[in-house]
Design a protein around this ligand. Structure first.
Ligand SMILES: Cc1ncc(COP(=O)(O)O)c(C=O)c1O
Length: 380
């Protein structure tokens, strides 16, 4: 057996979060209705030649840049935001550097950061998962080369103010500051382009086609930033990192803004419906600007997950994330799927002993069952 690099030996073994997933998948924040029919139509037209040849990324990159209102030199298309994170780590992190994260957050920052041999420094989120602005700045050191913040954050759905994010980039000029806007469409606020308006050459913004666009399986994301920095990122990227099928479908996806807008509207309504229903039953959940809600079931957590799974609805145990004990993350999907979710929720809550409260008081710890803690600890 070959010995891997030390940084790789120290990484925990990867557990697939999608093994054996059957049912309504409300566990990975995907679009439950899938991609636009225009994307499917384009897929059906793909020719053998398109698949047979390496395809240039640049035309689609130009189109995406136009859609985002920035220059092509400020954009690199990636194999999902996962790869954008990987490229940033490869470009800026050396062994012994520091990557600074606020936890809980998306697991890939830690995995990809640690894989370079950098030290991952974590700062716990503030009350109600607020961005711990002062604490984060206090941890910026001369070795900090990457700061990654998801906004909205996963798994909490909470957001930070744009001004705070820009101030972090100002106060850490030697670090690449990644603002991961994977859930942008459900939120609507961005710091895209602030590298120009605020002269922040160390600021990067990532977006994905996996969520609102419903194309997680095609793997397409975008990393954007100052053109000089993006030229460096491009050096570590394979020219063919985005597959031919995804490249062919991107124009069709961008051409169906209505599909995205309709879905986003359904998610926003469903998110509110789910929050109200949970609160009515005394289950605390945090205000979310993404396509999921994090809810605290306390010691009812495992019973809840098991009863939902038994009804064919998959939700995500986040109980092992820092500050998330007893928490479950529930994706909000199409109107039809939200209806199914709410119907199952009503049955499950009665089954596990979380009755409707006369007045919602936040977190519940009522009910008699406690569970075993399955289904935890993976990346998405
Ligand atoms: C914050 C965040 N960033 C990135 C991703 C991954 O996106 P992609 O499918 O584009 O790799 C996710 C997926 O769950 C996420 O929650």
């Amino acid at each position: 057996m070959l010995k891997a690099r030390e940084a790789v030996r120290n990484l925990p073994a990867y557990e697939s979060p999608i093994a054996g997933r059957k049912g309504l998948r409300l566990d990975l924040n995907e679009n439950t209705a899938g991609c636009s029919p225009k994307v499917l139509a384009r897929l059906r037209e793909i020719t053998a030649e398109e698949i047979g040849y390496y395809q240039e990324r640049e035309p689609a990159e130009g189109m995406v840049a136009g859609h985002l209102g920035i220059e092509r030199s400020e954009v690199v298309l990636t194999n999902g935001v996962d790869e954008a994170i990987h490229l940033l780590c490869q470009t800026f992190l050396d062994a012994g550097d520091e990557a600074l994260l606020v936890v809980p957050t998306f697991a890939m920052y830690e995995i990809m950061g640690a894989a370079t041999g950098a030290r991952v420094v974590t700062v716990p989120a503030g009350e109600n998962f607020r961005l711990p602005f002062a604490e984060l700045l206090a941890r910026v050191s001369s070795r900090t080369r990457l700061i990654a913040i998801a906004n909205p954050n996963n798994p909490t759905g909470t957001v930070a103010e744009a001004e705070e994010l820009l101030e972090i980039a100002r106060r850490a000029p030697d670090a690449a500051v990644l603002i991961d806007e994977a859930y942008f469409e459900f939120y609507g606020k961005t710091v895209m382009g602030a590298w120009r308006a605020h002269e922040l050459a160390n600021l990067f913004v990532a977006r994905t086609f996996s969520k609102a666009y419903g194309m997680a399986g095609l793997r397409a994301g975008v990393l954007t930033g100052h053109r000089g920095q993006m030229a460096l990122v491009r050096r570590v990227s394979s020219p063919f990192n985005v597959n031919a099928v995804a490249l062919a479908c991107l124009p069709a996806a961008l051409g169906d803004a209505e599909h995205v807008a309709r879905y986003v509207q359904q998610v926003r309504e469903g998110r509110e419906g789910l929050r109200q229903e949970l609160s009515r039953r005394g289950i605390h959940c945090w205000p979310s600007e993404a396509n999921f809600v994090l809810a605290k079931f306390g010691r009812l957590k495992d019973a809840f997950i098991q009863s939902m799974t038994a009804r064919g609805i998959l939700v995500r145990d986040r109980g092992r994330d820092p500050g998330c004990e007893g928490c479950v993350r529930i994706t909000v999907g199409s109107a039809e799927h939200t209806q199914r979710l709410l119907a199952a929720l009503a049955e499950v809550m009665t089954e596990i002993g979380a009755e409707i409260l006369p007045e919602s008081k936040g977190e519940t710890v009522s009910g008699s069952r406690s569970g075993t803690g399955a289904n935890e600890g993976t990346a998405k």
